[in-house]
Design a binder for this molecule. Sequence first.
Ligand code: ADP
Ligand code: MG
Length: 350
Amino acid sequence: MFENSNESRTSLSEYGEFGLIDHLTRNFGVTPENTIKGIGDDAAVLDFKDEKVVVTTDFLVEGVHFDLAYMPLKHLGYKAVMVNLSDLYAMNAKARQITISIAVSNRFPVEALEELYSGIELAAKLYKVDVVGGDTTSSNSGMVISVTALGAAKEEEVVYRSGAKENDLLVVTGDLGAAYMGLQVLEREKQVFKVNPNSQPDLDPYTYLIERQLKPEARQDIPPLFKALDLQPTSMIDISDGLSSETIHLCKNSGTGVNLFEEKIPLDPAVISVCEEFQLDSTTIALSGGEDYELLFTIDQKDYDKIKGNPNFTVIGHMTQQSEGMHLVTRANQKIELIARGWNAMDNKD
Ligand code: ADP
Ligand code: MG
């Protein structure tokens, strides 16, 4: 969604590639302790002192990962950064720098890219990362954005997917399923709008869900919280695809099984009520919905007191011997095998 569409439209060709980059990146400064040279040379020069460098990269492709019919470009820029920072926090690292590569067709005016970059700028400011480079090229059809994020961590602080042991507790931050239900609400409004472009949807009851979909926040608060609690998780992953598939990743990488308790899965009341409205099972949505960008991790049982009562964390299960398998324990105390996608409609998602 490009909100300025009635106002000025400056063609990309008016700027030329170099002028465009200068224009879009004019507000990006650098943090001198971490970044020696940012945008403007052949490459950036970074300083990680005595810490290890943690790197991650992700693509966002129009029509596959986002739909500009309801995704404002500013939010898209913000989300593109969040998706990557979330991966750094999932390694228990601090985010330091990002690079942004974009491919755009000339159906987008300069003003559209300004909006995209205003979202990137806001994310960089709030999450204290320097934008240190990127690449700009043309595309024949849609928009493609690729963000690379660099982070720092002491070697002994890094948390991998592979360290969980039998009897470790499985813990999740925040609540689950809201981003997916936000997408369902937006898709429904898009269909209504197609039939009746004058309809004025009342989206108030869905504010939290839509925000979780359009403006996700990565958990930058969690690595410093672990440090303050003197807690080193044994394994960790961020929830981009859904609780079920991320839990399976931890188990497979660690060589364990799991018992995950349905009644423990944290759900916001808005998720429960909108699932009823859409006649969807909220457990299925939390397990398979994805895009929540919460962190899922395991801790040794002896560390339980460090997280007990902390509103950021919910213990949802425990790891078992690999031979016991990976199970969801339902409210009726039945054991169901965990599968990566609980619901067919999501099979083609990525
Ligand atoms: P090169 O020809 O060496 O790739 P470019 O002209 O592509 O150089 O880039 C010049 C500078 O602008 C570099 O610092 C590069 O990282 C940065 N840059 C290019 N495109 C973008 C972009 N879309 N966002 C942020 N920085 C960019
Ligand atoms: Mg280049």
